[in-house]
Design a protein around this ligand. Structure first.
Ligand code: NAP
Length: 248
């Protein structure tokens, strides 16, 4: 199935590297205009430049997804440069790992603010134009850790589990307007975020997951693209686990 998103504008948060960069590039390849968002314009520009060099359409914007004013400013700028946003991918995320016994409340707050409040703020920022168009796609990047928990990641697990509740509520609020909202729960994907996990853990994943390997950012970009497509219009409020079968 070829997915053609020519004429659609997509906003991808956390688009500077890793999973977000692969998602942004996949959308550009499918013909969409991509608002690449990251914590600085220079970071976002790396993906924009790669897309433009490959013949696609993209623009770069700085945003702190945890900050309401920053989100409003970034999405206003993106819509005035590229047009109304039809597809939103809430991908920006951070970790501040530590056992709960020693976890600082700042580490709890910052992870919840970026990973969960950020998705709420960005969703709110695009809702109006999607409702007006009576078409929209929102895809939240959760995690298998949000489905299963992990020692040392209480803040991250809570934020990613919270995203699943946000996904279902968004689907229920916006479904009658032709807008779907779904979540992807990636397993262990080779990016900066998992760089320091250690060889023992990587070997464990390779030996345990039926797929026999860690995931790539492109493994996540492909189902995101599908959920954003027209043929996925009857799928909403769902979580798709993409982990090579690790948690089976
Ligand atoms: N890698 C995995 O194994 C894995 C597994 C499950 C779920 N995930 C989720 O997938 C998403 C992407 O992960 P990744 O591995 O690609 O991460 P990554 O390589 O660490 O990249 C994180 C991205 O988020 C952006 N970001 C961080 N804080 C932000 C903020 N306050 N406002 C706006 N953007 C912000 C970063 O921008 P800058 O470059 O400007 O800092 C960067 O683009 C995250 O939500 C993560 O939790 C990852």
């Amino acid at each position: 199935m070829t997915i053609d998103l020519t004429g659609k504008v997509v906003a991808v948060t956390g688009a500077s590297r890793g999973i977000g960069a692969a998602i942004a590039e996949a959308f550009a390849h499918a013909g969409a205009s991509v608002a690449c968002m990251a914590t600085s314009e220079a970071n976002a520009a790396k993906t924009r430049d790669a897309i433009v060099a490959a013949g696609g359409k993209a623009a770069a914007f700085a945003v702190n997804v945890a900050d309401e004013d920053s989100v409003k400013a970034a999405f206003t700028a993106a819509e005035s440069e590229l047009g109304p946003i039809a597809i939103l991918v809430n991908n920006a995320g951070i970790t501040r790992d530590g056992l709960m016994m020693r976890m600082k409340s700042d580490d709890w707050d910052s992870v919840l603010a970026v990973n969960l409040k950020g998705a709420y703020l960005c969703t709110q920022a695009v809702m109006k134009s999607m409702m007006k168009a009576r078409w929209g796609r929102i895809i939240n990047i959760s995690s298998v850790i949000g489905q299963h928990g992990a020692a040392g990641q209480a803040n991250y697990a809570a934020s990613k589990a919270g995203l699943l509740g946000l996904t279902m509520s968004t689907a229920k609020e916006l479904g009658s307007r032709g807008i779907t909202c779904n979540a992807i729960a990636p397993g262990f994907i080779e990016t900066d975020m998992t760089h320091d996990l250690g060889e023992d853990f990587k070997t464990y994943v390779q030996n345990t997951a039926p797929a026999g390997r860690l995931g790539t950012p492109e493994d996540i970009a492909a189902p995101v693209l599908f959920l954003a497509s027209e043929p996925a219009s009857y799928i909403t409020g769902q979580t798709l686990t993409v982990d090579g079968g690790l948690f089976l």
